[in-house]
Design a protein around this ligand. Structure first.
Ligand code: SAM
Length: 355
């Protein structure tokens, strides 16, 4: 297959396309991108007949920042007979590798959301038929996807389950914890789920760890840290939620995060300050290079224009400084579902753990 369909937050199609095109080129997969702004998806069309299949098998999905989900697919199937969609789509399924299940999804747009009910019912009807005919095999390594643009226009394709997002539409849906003081709380929770595998939580996000929250008020992120039984130093001139202060696990300092220095190194530093990305990345780099924290999750506000180049510039700066200091680390960045005009970055100094 040579079409690679990329799901993203509406408005980020260009970033999504630029990123994938660049990574594909690094793998020797050449092609061009097609996109419509605010459509919630972009398409990379490879010049090689198997370029998209090669991409989903050789690139690492986890390395992608702006892509929520991706599928190697056939060109758009249009004017599908609405009286017999299953019969009309069936012949196209035979070209796909063995799949374990089928997800039918719309784009994450207003129009798309109106199609959600149709996608659910069509998806379960088609899955039943595919299962009965033995086309879907529970142990297969791929998942079949149908991306519905309307009731008669579909992209049909597949992706390796282990190299894709495990949530429909690539969206991790989380329940807002009622006790948390702000909706921002979901950003840190989603970031933890995205960056740290569940089976490692007990090691990295565990009870008794010490954390610093830069730009903490009113305390949505601090709430997550406290909820994991950590002790938190919250830096912000603004007030912290009283309920958090009453836990006895939070020390609130009304200081400037850009000049504050911890007395001793901490396990976690998190930062949700809305400021110039170049200013924030310098602060984050300083914390890591000085060894003030072992691990960090922070937001980088995106500029109006040149968003992808700015992200690359900021992450490149951090990597260069860490490399020059001879520090071993792992870094990952993602435009999370709960992010809007920002991305979330995770960095861990691995030398602290001897990894
Ligand atoms: C987006 S809010 C943080 C929300 C918080 N993470 C939550 O979940 O409730 C950004 C915060 O950064 C704080 N802030 C901005 N510049 C700061 C600075 N230089 N030092 C400390 N705090 C700062 C603001 O006062 C504001 O409370």
């Amino acid at each position: 297959m040579n079409h690679l369909l990329l799901y993203c937050r509406p408005g980020f199609e260009k970033e999504c396309a630029a990123e994938v095109r660049e990574l594909c080129e690094q793998q020797g997969i050449y092609g061009y991108c097609k996109l419509e702004e605010n459509s919630g998806y972009a398409l990379f069309v490879s010049h090689q007949p198997d370029g998209a299949s090669l991409a989903v098998e050789t690139l690492q999905f986890h390395d992608l920042i702006f892509v929520r989900q991706w599928i190697a697919c056939l060109p758009l199937l249009e004017s599908i007979n609405t009286e017999d969609r299953i019969g009309s789509l069936m012949p196209h399924v035979s070209g796909l590798p063995q799949c374990n299940e089928l997800w039918v999804e719309p784009a994450d747009t207003t129009d798309g959301r109106e199609m959600q009910r149709f996608c659910n019912s069509f998806g379960s009807a088609f899955s039943q038929v595919l299962r009965k005919q033995g086309v879907l095999q529970r142990k297969a390594a791929n998942r079949m996807h149908i991306f519905a643009l309307s009731g008669s226009s579909f992209y049909i394709g597949y992706v390796p389950v282990a190299n894709s997002a495990p949530w429909p539409m690539g969206i991790m849906r989380l329940k807002f914890p009622n006790q948390a003081p702000s909706r921002s709380t979901l950003k840190l929770e989603e970031a933890w789920h995205w960056f740290i595998p569940e089976q490692q939580w007990h090691h990295y996000i565990s009870s008794g760890k010490r954390a610093v929250d830069l730009g903490a008020a009113p305390g949505g992120w601090t709430w997550q840290l406290v909820n994991q039984n950590m002790f938190v130093t919250a830096i912000d001139n603004g007030p912290m939620a009283e309920s958090l202060m009453q836990t006895g696990q939070v020390k609130h300092l009304t200081e400037d995060a850009f000049t504050y220095q911890p007395h001793k190194p901490c396990d976690w530093m998190v930062c949700d300050i809305v400021d110039k990305p170049t200013r924030v990345i310098k602060l984050m780099t300083r914390w890591l290079v000085e060894g003030w924290c072992r691990e960090t999750i922070f937001n980088l506000k995106l500029p109006m224009k040149q968003r992808y180049p700015e992200v690359k510039h900021c992450l490149g700066y951090l990597q260069q400084e860490m490399d020059s200091a001879g520090i071993h680390y792992r870094i990952a960045a993602k435009h999370l579902y709960h992010d809007r005009e920002e991305i979330t970055v995770h960095v861990r100094r691995s030398d602290h753990y001897g990894q």
